[in-house]
Design a protein around this ligand. Structure first.
Ligand code: FAD
Length: 453
């Protein structure tokens, strides 16, 4: 059957070959098609080039207009005066990002990363948590005011230690006070003094064979965990008047913290109010609980008793420009403005808000919002969108290799990843603060506007 196979092959080849036709006519047809195809391609290329040219011109004009617009705004805003009182998370964030003539009134010449403090108290090393204010806010004029100076707030003016500062907008971000060394005491105005306080604290903890930590919030839990991880042979009591630790966080988080701390050997004294005698640091004494039990300790650390720094004076006739609640927190409207003045913004730990929102992340979120609001007002826009607090995100380290992370009402992570994340955030924040804040499009506009004008 070789002939049949050969016939099959012939047919197959014939199928692939051009149809037997008059070769010249076919060639011409093909040429015509090719030319048409080329024409179509050329037309497409021409159209694309035209479109590109139009798009580029539109973009160039838009960029020009945007640069002019933003540039003018930046130049205009530079004339406006914004006074920021406070140099914590909220104040620093506002001062760094504000496009205006910014003056910062601060009690200390450094910024401190508070979430790392509990660990530093045990370690005695505090340097990595701080940064000089002159580096952190190079765009602002920093005025260090005395610890006993009262900031007097008047409409358009702030008076402090014999000086007067005019403002178009005032930002109050004076935060809260805790028992030292959780937050600096009045004498710890300079970085080196603050550092010495941490060394003394670490030595006191090292010498004590048993320690009582009062307050089962983030600071107390972190301090107790850090201490017991470093000195597992020593006795640590952690007391709180609530029936669970971290009472502002979800129950799941409390249960996890309690279990892990008990596993490490921390004695939890919950639902008891401690009648204290003594001070932080090298205090030898006894602490009595309301149940009548006595705890014998060599060192006591208070990690409770947060108070707002809201003692602002009042000058001039009429009502004060601020309103305080019964605990001393300043009342604000939904745009974080003082209930009595639209030119005063209040944010961070000093303002009245929900208990669980007194954290650094929230203070920074509020700062971003306030910067946007003030920029809008300086640009002549009167309507401000209301502030939305968003979900509370918080990480609690339970020693160097354990911790928990909360997002809103959920415990989202636990274990050794948490202290790692916390350390990365700490390093990143301090590293980032040493760099100038770069608001790309506004900076570009500010640089290009005079050239283009
Ligand atoms: C030990 C500890 C651990 C914490 N851990 C965490 C954590 O892990 N995560 C978290 O999110 N939050 C944590 N927090 C809470 C967090 O630190 C605060 O929510 C945050 O610091 C609030 O920022 P703030 O800018 O409002 O105030 P602050 O940070 O308190 O800053 C206020 C600043 O204003 C200055 N000031 C006060 N009065 C005046 C005045 N009259 N004139 C001028 N300046 C003034 C103060 O000196 C201070 O520099 C912790 C707090 C503590 C104490």
């Amino acid at each position: 059957m070789a002939w049949a196979q050969s016939l099959k092959r012939h047919h197959a080849r014939a199928w692939k070959r051009p149809t037997p036709c008059v070769k010249g006519v076919r060639w011409k047809k093909e040429e015509g098609k090719k030319a048409r195809r080329e024409d179509v391609r050329n037309q497409a290329v021409a159209t694309q080039a035209w479109n590109l040219a139009v798009l580029t011109s539109v973009m160039a004009v838009a960029t020009w207009k945007a640069v002019e617009h933003y540039g003018n705004q930046v130049v205009e805003r530079k004339k406006n005066k914004v006074v920021v009182v406070g140099s914590g998370f909220a104040g620093v964030r506002v001062a760094r990002r504000m496009q205006a003539d910014v003056t910062m009134l601060a009690k200390r010449d450094y910024f401190e990363f508070t979430p790392g403090v509990a660990h530093a108290m045990v370690d005695g090393t505090h340097k990595q948590l701080t940064m000089k204010l002159e580096k952190v806010v190079p765009n602002a004029r920093v005025e260090i005011i005395g610890n006993n100076d009262v900031v007097d707030v008047e409409d358009g003016y702030v008076h402090v230690h014999g000086k007067t500062f005019a403002y178009d907008y005032l930002v109050l971000a004076t935060g809260s006070t805790y028992t030292p060394p959780l937050k600096p005491s009045k004498i710890e105005e300079r970085m080196h003094v603050r550092e010495r306080a941490f060394r003394i604290c670490a030595e006191a903890l090292k010498d004590a064979s048993n320690v009582l930590v009062i307050g089962g919030g983030v600071a107390g839990v972190e301090l107790a965990a850090s201490f017991v991880s470093r000195y597992p042979q020593k006795k640590v009591y952690l007391a709180d008047e609530h029936d669970r630790l971290l009472y502002k966080l979800p129950r799941e988080a409390s249960a996890y913290a309690e279990k892990r701390l008990r596993d490490k050997g921390v004695h939890l004294v919950l639902g008891e109010r401690i009648k204290s005698r003594g001070m932080n640091g090298r205090t030898k004494g006894f602490e009595c609980t309301t149940s009548g039990n006595t705890i014998e300790v060599e060192a006591v650390f208070f990690c409770s008793g947060k108070k707002p720094n809201s003692e602002f004076g009042k000058v001039g006739p009429g009502e004060p420009l601020l309103e305080w609640n019964e605990k001393g927190y300043i009342r604000v409207n939904e745009c974080l403005q003082s209930t009595r003045s639209g030119r005063i913004f209040v944010l961070g730990d000093v303002r009245e808000k929900q208990e669980r929102e007194y954290i650094a992340g929230q203070a920074e979120r509020e700062a971003d919002y306030v910067v946007k609001c003030i920029h809008r007002l300086l640009d002549g826009k009167e309507e401000l969108p209301p502030f939305r607090p968003g979900a509370v995100r918080l990480s609690v380290a339970l020693g160097p290799s354990d911790g928990l992370m909360v997002n809103g009402d959920r415990l989202v992570a636990r274990g050794m990843v948490v202290p790692l994340v916390k350390q990365v955030i700490e390093r990143w924040t301090i590293w980032f603060l040493a760099k100038r804040y770069f608001d790309f499009h506004r900076r570009m506009a500010a640089h290009l506007a005079p050239t283009l004008a």
